[in-house]
Design a protein around this ligand. Structure first.
Ligand SMILES: [Zn+2]
Length: 263
């Protein structure tokens, strides 16, 4: 899933394969406007900020993208061009021998001046995967009074946490996902999630249980009505709601009791 850790892995992969290379041919599709040209430009580096990907070019332009659920960057063989059967391709960059980097079904794809990357990512809270996270963490202690799961997903509070890490992190922290954020020890929950994500990033996996076998990788995510791995209570589920951060949620009613209930 395209959460902060997987975007970091993608940035590292693209950096090692195409950063430092010059664009031989490119196409950037933009409805109605003159498409920006990239021929002869050099891709300097690829960076991740939260769940956003920034590709910085020598021309002081940055290609900003966000994968959401469906987007992907893929590297195709040299000389590849999108055919009619290809997924919707918003942009492609032909780097010669390493291949052609293409944005497939990318929901957010734009060019901003590198000096104005704030236009793309300036609204984000501190990135949970940055090196100075422990010092940045207190800044987010005052998360507004919403349900904790929604506060964690709001990228303006903390950048990089997606639904998978929210659901699994709240299980490990023993917090009922519908608890008002004001009643939760938010720094402690963020610490749990930050540790889990870092471990996942290091190990190259989003398995949270430490068990990589199929069907055993997660504590509660996607496990509605299946027995909790700790206490065998059937896992509960609530569907996504109408607001942007009200995502589908799973929890164990015993390990994550509602406040005021005995555990
Ligand atoms: Zn349980």
């Amino acid at each position: 899933m395209a959460e902060g850790d997987s975007i970091r892995r993608l940035a590292a992969r693209l950096s090692s394969s195409v950063a430092g290379r010059e664009v031989a041919a490119a196409q950037f599709r933009r409805g109605g406007e003159v498409p920006p040209r990239f021929e002869g430009d050099k891709l300097l580096e690829v960076a991740a900020v939260g769940k956003h990907l920034l590709m910085r070019f020598g021309s002081a332009r940055t290609v900003h993208s966000h994968l959401r659920m469906q987007g992907s960057w893929r590297i195709h063989r040299p000389g590849w061009r999108p055919g009619p059967a290809a997924d919707r391709v918003g942009a492609w960059f032909d780097f010669g021998p390493p291949g052609v980097l293409a944005a497939h079904a990318m929901p957010v794809l734009q060019v901003v001046p590198t000096a104005r990357e704030d236009l793309a990512v300036g609204h984000l809270g501190p990135d949970i995967l940055t090196d100075d996270w422990p010092t940045a963490a207190p800044a987010v202690a005052a998360i507004p009074g919403r349900r904790i799961r929604e506060a964690l997903l709001d990228q303006r509070n903390v950048a990089g946490i997606g639904n998978l890490w929210t659901v699994e992190g709240l299980f490990v922290a023993g917090v009922w996902p519908h608890t008002p954020a004001a009643r939760v020890d938010v720094p402690q929950v963020l610490d749990v999630i930050a540790r889990m994500m870092r471990l996942g990033l290091r190990n190259g996996t989003q398995a949270t249980t430490g068990d990589l076998r199929k069907g055993r990788t997660h504590w509660v995510y996607g496990r509605y009505r299946r027995p909790c791995r700790r206490c065998s209570t059937p896992i509960a589920f609530s569907p996504a709601g109408p607001t942007p951060y009200d995502r589908e949620t799973w929890w164990c009613p015993h390990c994550q009791p509602a406040p005021g209930e005995a555990s």
